[in-house]
Design a protein around this ligand. Structure first.
Ligand code: ADP
Ligand code: MG
Length: 270
């Protein structure tokens, strides 16, 4: 695959002293002429927990997917720890990387989806060890040890040999979190991690995310669990119609939202 030239230019800051861990700058994205992200800017600091809230169809998933280049962007750029994701800079232009290099850089960013997406034919431990063994030249036995350690971290030490179908939704999602951690990403993205779960299983997954937050893991979480967002997030981002309308501490956004759309949304969900 040859590199694709993109329409946008890229004044990428490389000043390590001032940049955030994740920098999203001027990101716009359209699907067949319909703009779903409009000039999105967001900086996430190391160790920060950012919750993204917004109505259905507002662009939350698309934004998250641009952070690890599961979606390309039409304008703007994303860096993680100063490194462009999905693109390389030549002069003042960005070129899309080759698939192999996209994958390499994507290992900096872990993702947990709504529907777990575990490999059904692999055990919990094999699901977790797969990427480190395939991408980081970790030996199979080291990969297994790594998996056991991560399973302990999510409270599933006894499930190493279980297949996904033998696990509850909450357990599967905890395995998915352990799998996302296996490549020691610099930031972990969650896209509605509890939306597919029966209500009684939501708590165990939120507990794991809460523990990660306490350990100082950098997290960006799209969620409809407003109470949880309020409790764990350092900052709340409210997005509507592809526009970031509000960014602030939970106290600011929940206590005194500045935008009418935020008030309306919070009025419905709180
Ligand atoms: P959210 O996660 O906030 O519900 P999404 O990011 O999934 O919103 O979607 C934002 C908008 O982009 C929606 O209008 C959706 O229909 C549209 N969209 C998302 N993905 C695609 C796609 N692959 N092709 C066309 N339209 C899409
Ligand atoms: Mg979504």
């Amino acid at each position: 695959m040859s590199a694709t030239t993109l329409a946008h230019t890229a004044p990428v800051s490389t000043d390590a002293a001032t940049r955030g861990l994740v920098e999203i700058r001027g990101v716009s994205k359209s699907y067949s002429g319909h703009e779903v992200l409009h000039d999105v800017n967001l900086t996430v600091q190391p160790g920060e927990v950012v919750a993204i809230l917004g109505p259905s169809g507002s662009g939350k998933s698309t934004l998250l997917r641009t952070i690890n280049h599961l979606e390309s962007v039409d304008r703007g750029w994303v860096t993680v720890d100063g490194q462009l994701i999905g693109y390389e800079q030549r002069g003042d232009k960005l070129f899309e990387l080759k698939e192999k290099d996209i994958l390499k850089r994507r290992t900096q960013v872990g993702v947990v989806f709504q529907n777990f997406n575990l490999f059904p034919h692999l055990t919990a431990a094999e699901n977790i060890a797969k990427a480190p063994v395939a991408l980081k030249r970790v030996s199979k036995s080291d990969g297994h040890e790594l998996a056991l350690g991560l399973l302990a971290k999510v409270g599933l030490s006894d499930k190493a040999d279980a297949y996904p179908r033998q696990l509850s939704g909450g357990q599967q999602q905890r395995v998915a979190i352990a799998r996302a951690l296996a490549l020691t990403p610099k930031v972990l993205l969650f896209d509605e991690p509890t939306s597919a779960l029966d209500p009684e299983l939501v708590g165990e997954v939120l507990d794991v995310i809460r523990d990660l937050a306490k350990l100082g893991t950098t997290l960006i979480i799209v969620t409809h669990e407003i109470g949880f967002a309020r409790e764990v997030a350092d900052r709340i981002v409210f997005i509507d119609g592809g526009h970031v309308l509000e960014v602030g501490t939970p106290a600011q956004v929940f206590g005194s939202p500045t935008h009418a759309r935020t008030k309306e949304f919070l009025g419905k969900v709180l």
